[in-house]
Design a protein around this ligand. Sequence first.
Ligand code: SF4
Ligand code: SF4
Length: 375
Amino acid sequence: MLSAYKRLFPALVFAALVFAPVAVFSSRIVSREISFFYALAWAVFAGGVAFASFYTGRVSFFRRIFFSVSALAFLVHFKFNLFSKVFDSSCFKDTPYCHIAIAPSFLNYLYLQYLALMSGGWAVWGPLSLVFVWLFATLIIGRAWCSWACFYGGIDDGLSALPKKALLKTEKWGFKLRDFPAALLIFLLLVSFANMLPVYCLWLCPFKMTGSFLDTDYALIRNIQYGLMVLALAVLFLGPLLTKKRTFCSFLCPFGAWQAFWGKLNPFRISVNALKCTGCQACVEACPMYAIESEPGSKAEISSYCNLCGECLKACAAGGINYSVLGFRMPYITEGFGKLLNPESFLVFSALTLGATFASLWAPAAMGDIVKLIR
Ligand code: SF4
Ligand code: SF4
């Protein structure tokens, strides 16, 4: 009975806290063509992940399962033709409703919203509403968006977990290239603004597989765009299998660099306890984001590219890494209802609820697709 009180009941409460909002939002988000039961099933899955991670304490393990399932559902539902379906009917056809496109096209949004205001063309406020959604998400979970919600991140993360060992050791040059997405972001912001085009979507997005994002006038340009798409797909799908790192998120995603900056608005952090850290570097190898800087023998330091995935926590045998709020170390309660007040519990609740709600845009529909296929 004591064990149930200390472990089972708090875990059940935690699961219910995640399940309830996901069930409400998910059932509102799914379209009328999809049965309410798929939304409910998705919320049960999110609640199950919450229960398992709280009960066992294996947060990063169950986070990865949730994140990979969400990404897989994305691939199943959109069957690689998402963009032509969604954006052909958009009022703002050239700039897609995708969170990754917010960052490199931000100046375009600002300018066009300004024009919309001047002309009274309120219809084009749609993209800006996505910016508000992004800002809301950033304030709640910050950089954890890249480890709990993003569909690209889920593909990269899930694949990086498959190999037992990295075939290519990339830590040394990986750290040197780590600022490349920030440079890419600045370049894309300026070029997109100068051309008034979503340049990232046209040239780099690995899912621009439909004609709507390709140049239809010039065969040479179209072929170059296809070539870059194949390269980006390789970085997204092959890179993690060879390196055990999230190569797309680390090197090609402008949103990751954007979020490394804006994510500082959010108070959740990963902190190293310098008193416990032995400088063993196990966390450096475990971090899929090249986000831990450490010379052999010196203490580990977490960079702003950390997206709070939690992989380093389980890698650190000395117990020297924790979730924290604004970097302050707090006493961790490991049992009973008090565990609900740990920074880790707050982060998992916020990130899982938000990630599962966002995935309601495609995950319940993907279940419907699979059922239809089986029938
Ligand atoms: S795994 Fe732990 S002890 Fe080893 S370097 Fe990282 S924080 Fe320090
Ligand atoms: S530092 Fe830790 S939590 Fe941050 S990205 Fe790396 S493994 Fe994940």
